[in-house]
Design a protein around this ligand. Sequence first.
Ligand SMILES: *Cc1c(COP(=O)(O)O)cnc(C)c1O
Ligand SMILES: [Zn+2]
Length: 421
Amino acid sequence: MTRHVSYHLGWRCSLCGAEYQPDQATYTCLRCGDAGILDAVYDYAALARAVSPQALAVRSEGSHWRYWPLLPLEETAVTPPLQVGWTPLYAAPRLARVVGVRALWVKDEGRNPTGSLKDRASALVTAVARARGERVVTTASTGNAAAALAGMAAALELPAVIFAPASAPPAKIAQLLAYGARVLLVQGNYDAAYELCLAAAREFGWYCRNTAYNPYTAEGKKTVAFEIMDQLGGRVPDWVVVSVGDGNILTSLHRGFADWLALGWIERLPRLLGVQASGAAAVHQAWLRGDDDVSPVVARTVADSIAADRPRDGRRALRALRATAGASVVVSDEEILNAIPALAQGCGVFAEPAAAAGFAGLQRASAAGIIDASAEVVLIATGNGLKDIESARRATRPPTTIAPELAAVAAVAEEMKRDGG
Ligand SMILES: *Cc1c(COP(=O)(O)O)cnc(C)c1O
Ligand SMILES: [Zn+2]
């Protein structure tokens, strides 16, 4: 693999189909405006001649940059010097039995540098920003995309301006501050922060990472699909399960698996299960109605990372569900909170509420017969549990406080013996 060219031909508007050269469009379609989110277009024929899964697998990078030929960036570009991607995929046989499926794997995205899958997008976006000579990067975020941008920007010495709802969990805000980003807590929801960030980026010439609006976000995140295929040795799972806020991850999973299908490296797409919180279910409601587009809702859920009033990638997320013969379910906040200890105790992965929501949704889909007992399933644990300690505390029993005496421990040991521990 000595070529340094990019196989990226350009962009195609997901709304009107207009095509653009790689540098011709910066964000969305020039005709459709913000609604015209751009899909990347690749030279699959040239790619199929030049690379193979085996050739990618021998690349040395223990990160998502091993998939460089399948990304819209020259291989000589400067990237953040952090290990993004190549996260573990754990077999979880005990949880598979609990859920009632043949096999279950958990992709631990909390292992990324800033603790969530968002690093995949922000790593690519900051590399693009650096290649374009951008001076300031910015984003609106419920928290994780912001932490990811702030962390990647710090690694590349790019100034970052973050717009986050004032209600974001304290750990996420602390992360932003530690990375040295300029943090603007917006007195409003994610939607308000998103619009303000767009306006500020236009006004001040900042490079905007906003989810879906910036077409590189889905391209970065699709590497999670590539890794799943590599880690399973090319065995296509029946279902891939992920929680849904803006719908950008769902879109990127579809894009990633579709790349491999187009290259002839797999023979079918896995079905995608989208999981939303019942209090923030705009994509799910559109799915039930059979609509192509989402209508906004007033989002209320403990899972802050999926609290989207107006899912910014809703249209492409619905397309991803249909194209993969997928499905959509919703789960309550109570189910989400219960899923945190269930996942942690079932396989050792500590997930934040939005990530645990995926597991709650898998249980729902299995109980409802959407996913059957013969299925092989991958669950994406999208973010680390340490990002929202308050929710983890709410989801668990309080610890036992004792005097510093062995007698106090003896009582506990006795109790554990009784319980069969
Ligand atoms: C962003 C995020 C999601 C949802 O991704 P969307 O692209 O907004 O649908 C789920 N879980 C976590 C932890 C996230 O940070
Ligand atoms: Zn268009």
